[in-house]
Design a protein around this ligand. Structure first.
Ligand code: ATP
Length: 297
């Protein structure tokens, strides 16, 4: 297994506050990862440590097998696109793209130009005159055309409309298929990106709550709906992570894979099943109190 990032006991504290708390995880080569979690969970802190913009205060972090800090060999293989990227005031779109061409060894000029057309970006316009969404598309073009072995997108699409976001997802999938590389996507638009993700790491209050293949997470819980009394009978003793009632009916989300016996039993009771999306799973698990969360992790 080829590991691009390996974290052992990784910790980052700011004074007495621990933003990333003794986490172990690894990122394998040539996969698309989702780094997910609620606001303040610690995602950006982790991305900043991987990209050597922050020092860990404990544990060990290896990127491409080496410590990333002041390590040009490692950093040249990374492209980090963040929401609040600043560019020099005088820069036009063309200047940003020319600079990126110098910085990234795998830069594909023709591809960058095609993407610029897809996003309708005027080449000669000053970056500071771009709309918020256009500015995000500059970052997306750099992230894609850099073809960096490790490409990290931290909420890359602030202000991007639904059509432009879709262009991003499609281009990412096409280009990733032709030029496999490791991609980390950190986003709150989980439903939108979930079809792209192969592996998901969920951070919650500085700790890892889930770390699994996306397909496995999709089967990790299910929702069952029906008359309240029948649902209560079915769900008794099961690990229920969410429930909603409406009139005489109830929906409960059970945190386990649906086995054949349970499925038969629920069908006999006339209950209805629905899958749980990764976004729902994250919402239900990160909404829980700390003790319960430990039990469900
Ligand atoms: N320089 C700092 N000093 C003190 N605390 C900080 C500092 N930087 C981040 N934190 C805290 O660390 C925690 C994790 O922040 P981080 O930016 O990593 O979260 P995040 O998961 O990226 O959140 P979001 O989804 O809102 O971007 C937060 O509680 C934040 O307030």
């Amino acid at each position: 297994m080829n590991k691009v990032v390996e974290a052992k006991g990784l910790t980052k504290s700011y004074g007495s506050f621990t933003a990333v708390d003794n986490v172990d995880f690894s990122i394998e080569a040539n996969k698309i990862y989702g780094l997910l979690g609620r606001n303040g969970a610690g995602k950006t802190t982790i991305m900043h440590m991987i990209t050597a913009q922050l020092f860990e205060t404990g544990g060990e972090l290896l990127v491409f097998g080496e410590k990333p800090y002041e390590n040009d060999k490692v950093l040249r293989q990374i492209c980090f696109i963040k929401e609040s990227q600043k560019y020099p005031d005088t820069f036009r779109v063309v200047d940003v793209l020319e600079t990126a061409a110098l910085l990234f060894p795998n830069w594909d000029r023709a591809y960058a130009e095609r993407l610029r057309g897809d996003f309708n970006l005027p080449l000669k316009r000053r970056v500071k005159k771009l709309s918020r969404g256009m500015l995000s598309s500059v970052g997306i073009i750099i992230g894609l055309a850099s073809r960096a072995p490790l490409t990290i997108f931290d909420e890359p699409y602030l202000g991007l409309d639904a059509v432009a976001r879709n262009i991003f997802y499609e281009r990412l999938m096409e280009d990733y298929t032709e030029h496999p590389r490791t991609v980390i996507l950190s986003t709150h638009l989980i439903d939108e990106v979930s079809r792209l993700l192969e592996h998901v790491i969920v951070i919650d209050k500085g700790r890892i709550l889930l770390d699994d293949e996306a397909d496995a997470l999709r089967g990790r819980a299910y929702t069952v709906t029906g008359p309240t009394a029948k649902i209560d009978a079915y769900a008794a003793g099961k690990r229920v992570i969410h429930q909603e009632s409406l009139g005489g009916s109830r929906a409960v989300t059970v945190y386990e894979a649906l086995g054949a016996t349970d499925q038969r039993r629920a069908e006999e009771l006339g209950l209805h099943f629905s899958p749980v999306t990764i976004q729902q799973l994250l919402v239900y698990l990160t909404n829980r109190g700390p003790e319960t969360k430990e039990a469900f992790a």
